[in-house]
Design a protein around this ligand. Structure first.
Ligand code: SF4
Length: 395
């Protein structure tokens, strides 16, 4: 379905500052979301299966070798470790599980581990399988499909016209090639980016319309969580009303996409009503558990964002966000096996979700090469919300 608003209308909506007007816009996006998807949700969770020491220079990323932040580092996980985190994600109530690695190309050995991880997750859980492993050739895309991967994540990150500010070593055109290879292999695509990298409102609209042209199944939106020691490390957080407004605008431009909010949502929106308002602005899901190098929320809290609005976080009939098992015999005949998702956990402490704070070895960098674009690394203040501690402090 084409965008429901024109570029000009999107730009006009982007100028709204009055909160009551933003609430009206949210109501409009909410109706669009309900019409397309009813009460269904599409919740995902991830594992950072290989972290740190990345050769690329993405300005938002602490994993880049050009970032002066201490780098969380670990080599490729074994497939069994990936499975352990997947089982925890399923217990948290996630419908899908994404295996993520740093960088733009995996070695043959590491790629095999991702394939084996995907097979194990398919065999032992009811989670849908996604990967985010950088550039992918058509041949690798086919192998991923054979291993049971259903969706590949590969962001455009920002508008094409702003992209040179974000990365000089990863080409925008290369991103488009990977997205094409993934589509040609018959896999679903998950393509989005990050808001608040310094792009203008025009560039936000440009990005949303570029995404509409790519027509991905899923669109993840991140709100920049400025990591200290990165190129964008001193950027101010986004005003929460502004963030909610742009989520609603993206929903109107991308009416059919499975739309999810990922990194930076706790830092930019806080742990109160703004996240619920963001869901109302058109989200199908959020990233549950933790993010690649930062912490997320407790599963019960994330599920409540949706259930408080009358949305269903459980298994539902197939509607594109269907978390029903597709990997166990018998389900097509209607038999739904009992799975860990029947006994959801409430807090992160109940299952070994991916947790960058606990699991990463942090290594001081001895040498940080200058960024290829000459920009300095910025920001000394660590912006990281730890939901449990924050809630205890305000209780
Ligand atoms: S975003 Fe990915 S490719 Fe870019 S620096 Fe970070 S890990 Fe590397």
């Amino acid at each position: 379905m084409p965008p429901l608003i024109t570029r000009e209308e999107a730009l006009e909506l982007g100028k709204i500052e009055d909160h009551a007007e933003i609430e009206k816009l949210v109501e409009r996006a909410w109706r669009v979301r309900l019409e397309r998807f009813g009460d269904s949700t599409d919740l995902c969770s991830l594992v950072n299966a290989k972290s740190g020491g990345c050769a690329e220079d993405c300005g938002f990323c602490a994993q880049s070798r050009y970032a002066s932040a201490d780098t969380p580092m670990h080599p490729m996980m074994e497939p069994e470790q990936i499975l352990e985190h997947a089982k925890a994600a399923e217990a948290a109530g996630a419908h899908r599980f994404c295996m993520v690695t740093q960088g733009q190309g995996l070695s043959k050995r590491d790629f095999e581990k991702i394939l084996e991880g995907a097979r194990l997750v398919a065999e032992h859980t009811n989670l849908k399988r996604c990967v985010s492993i950088g550039h992918i050739s058509p041949e690798r895309a086919r192998k991923l499909k054979e291993a049971g991967v259903q969706r590949v994540h590969h962001n455009v990150e920002t508008a094409r016209s702003y992209y040179p500010e974000v990365s000089t070593t990863v080409r925008y055109e290369g991103r488009l090639r990977t997205i094409q290879a993934v589509k040609e292999a018959g896999l679903e695509t998950c393509v989005g980016g990050i808001l608040n990298l310094g792009e203008s409102p025009e560039q936000r609209v440009e990005m949303a319309f570029e995404l509409a042209e790519l027509n991905p199944t899923s669109v993840p939106i991140n709100l920049l969580n400025p990591r200290p020691g990165t190129k964008f490390g001193d950027r101010p957080l986004m005003d929460p009303w502004e963030a909610v407004k742009w989520i609603a605008i993206f929903r109107l431009i991308l009416p059919d996409a499975l739309f999810r909010l990922c990194g930076g949502r706790n830092e930019n929106l806080g742990l109160g009503e703004f996240q619920k308002l963001a869901v109302k602005a058109g989200l199908n899901g959020v990233m549950m558990g933790n993010f690649l190098t930062t912490l997320g929320s407790d599963p019960a809290w994330d599920r409540k964002l949706f259930t408080d609005l009358g949305l269903n976080v459980w298994r539902q009939p197939d509607n594109g966000s269907n978390p029903r098992p597709d990997n166990r015999s018998g389900w097509l005949e209607g038999e739904t096996p009992r799975t860990p998702i029947d006994d959801l956990i409430d807090s992160q402490s109940e299952a070994p979700l991916w947790n960058p704070a606990r699991q990463l070895r942090r290594r001081k960098k001895r040498y940080v090469p200058p960024r290829p674009d000459g920009a300095p690394n910025r920001g000394l203040r660590v912006v990281q919300v730890e939901p449990e501690r924050e809630r205890a402090a305000t209780a």
